[in-house]
Design a binder for this molecule. Structure first.
Ligand code: AMP
Ligand code: GLY
Length: 426
């Protein structure tokens, strides 16, 4: 079967790597791809928002499945468009993608279906939002309603910050995404990510992961797309997973069915594990990046076969198998990210690093320039380490990280610190 994979990050490199191993694969295309994906798939440049261009490509290249990696085309309704034309696309419909595309949509569902989440209120008017913070305790969490590439959430410790944040969000800085603003209670606890895969009829929990969203060590500084991750996440024991499925996942899937848009694809619940149990922080309607890079390599099933089982609504017959070893990924990024950064620096040491045992490298913002590989994004590389224990996996990853360099390369040395600290306490 021919597959078109949409995206060009580390997530898509890990997905492409798994798809390329399948005996069911005939040809893999990826748009836009990156320097790593180029080695296993044919990169094509398509205007993804111009859905017709994607459709035309699918028809002329006999594409059997389109795998949509990132959220924007999902929220724009690419899946609905392709499926109306008879091409199966792995990912949720436009309506179901609102679980990520609109925070107030998700909050309303949480309220209706009694799903544990932070108390909140949403606002369309600046004055009312400003009024609301007058009689609430800080910290408060202030979010633009729509997609903002991870930059639309501010934790305001004090009133002055809240006022300037709300003003900024309503000023149009985030475009239409900021037409509505959600203000919610600050939840205390440890974060974890929980993933399921659904075929619209049945679903299977995937494994757990934890990512590190902040740029700085010990999880300080601005939010990023994610600076590293590991799987499994020891904090998510069986009881917590079961509780998450019962209280959060099942009611959400029921809500989507009741809306006439049964959920198909990967659903990623961002959780806060509070003293009262797991609470939903947000939904993403796709694999996380970089969580995917530690989840997919642990999946023993054939990924393409699994996607075909979703297409055929056969998940009820599937048993997922996971490699019990730990996987960790360290993101190497460009100096300045998540703010301004420069591209085009030659990456040194990739070949030697990739020869190490129990190491795998997924490219994100990279491209080929003559016979060199150069930086081409904020998050540049994901260096994976595997091992029986998390510390072994981490040591493997760090050995590889230390062999790689470019002008202005940055990475966090403390990925996995929460789980490693817990282990030390036991
Ligand atoms: P979101 O885009 O909604 O996932 O928010 C990004 C990050 O902000 C989350 O991963 C959390 O670290 C933090 N965050 C969001 N909402 C809350 C909340 N209600 N309480 C505490 N932290 C939050
Ligand atoms: N790692 C967070 C995300 O993919 O949204």
């Amino acid at each position: 079967m021919n597959i078109l994979l949409i995206g060009g990050g580390g997530r898509e490199h890990s997905i492409a790597t798994a798809l390329a191993k399948s005996v069911l694969l005939n040809k893999l295309y990826c748009s836009p791809g990156n320097a790593g994906i180029d080695d296993i798939a044919e990169s094509v440049i398509l205007n993804i928002s111009g859905k017709q261009e994607v459709l035309d490509f699918c028809l002329s290249n006999k594409i059997g499945i389109v795998f949509v990696g990132p959220e924007v085309p999902l929220v724009e309704g690419l899946v609905d468009f392709l499926e109306n034309e008879g091409i199966f696309a792995f990912g949720p419909s436009k309506i179901a993608s609102q679980l990520e595309g609109s925070k107030s949509f998700t909050k309303k569902i949480c309220k209706e279906y009694n799903i544990p989440t932070a108390q909140y209120k949403s606002f369309k008017e600046l004055d009312k939002a400003l009024q609301y913070i007058e009689d609430h305790h800080f910290p408060l969490v202030i979010k633009v309603d729509g997609l903002a590439a991870g930059k639309g959430v501010i934790i305001a410790e004090e009133k002055e910050v809240a006022i300037s944040t709300i003003n900024e969000m309503f000023s149009g800085k985030f475009g239409d995404a900021g037409n509505k603003v959600v203000i919610e209670e600050f939840l205390e606890g440890e974060e974890a990510s929980f993933f399921i895969i659904s075929d619209g009829k049945d679903f299977l929990p995937l494994t757990t992961a934890q990512d590190h969203k902040r740029i700085g060590e010990m999880d300080v500084g601005p939010n990023t797309g994610g600076m590293g991750a590991y799987s499994p996440a020891p904090i998510m024991d069986k009881n917590l997973c079961d509780e998450t499925v019962e209280k959060i996942i099942k009611p959400t899937l029921l809500a989507m069915k009741n809306l006439g848009s049964p959920y198909k694809g990967v659903l990623y619940a961002g959780l806060m594990i509070t003293k009262d149990g797991p609470k939903l922080i947000e939904y993403n309607v796709r694999f996380g990046d970089p969580e995917c890079q530690v989840i997919i390599p642990r999946l023993c099933n054939d990924l393409l076969e699994l996607i075909i089982q979703v297409k055929n609504q056969n998940l009820c017959d599937v048993t997922l198998k996971w490699d019990p070893n730990f996987a960790i990924t360290v993101v190497m990024s460009s100096e300045g990210y998540p703010g301004y950064y420069e591209n085009g620096y030659e990456i040194i040491g990739l070949e030697n690093a990739s020869k190490l045992n129990n190491v795998e490298i997924f490219h994100a913002g990279t491209k080929k320039n003559k016979n060199k590989i150069v930086t081409n994004g904020g998050r540049v590389l994901n260096i994976n380490g595997y091992g029986k224990t998390l510390i072994m996996a981490k040591d493997n990853a760090m050995q590889a990280v230390e062999l790689i360099n470019w002008t202005g390369c940055y990475y966090r040395k403390d990925i996995g610190w929460r789980a490693l600290e817990k282990k030390r306490d036991e």
